[in-house]
Design a protein. Structure first.
Length: 71
């Protein structure tokens, strides 16, 4: 007998999401994960200009940039 296919779950799959979340937490709590988290904010000098350009493009596309808004 063949296995019956899982029913269509629409936009999400709760079992896959739970499996991903568990694996992500395991990685984050591991020594390798902690090292990667520390390295995360570091940008190589040759990447800085590319990131600045991408940020400028993103700001041009933004509808309401209220980052400089006074409160």
């Amino acid at each position: 007998m063949s296995k019956q296919r899982d029913p269509n779950r629409g936009e999400g799959n709760p079992e896959a999401a739970a499996e991903f979340n568990s694996a992500e937490q395991t990685f984050v709590q591991s020594s390798r994960g902690k090292q990667k988290i520390k390295e995360g904010p570091h940008v190589r000098p040759e990447e800085e200009s590319e990131l600045a350009k991408a940020e400028a493009v993103g700001r041009q596309h933004a509808k309401d940039d209220d980052s400089q808004a006074r409160r």
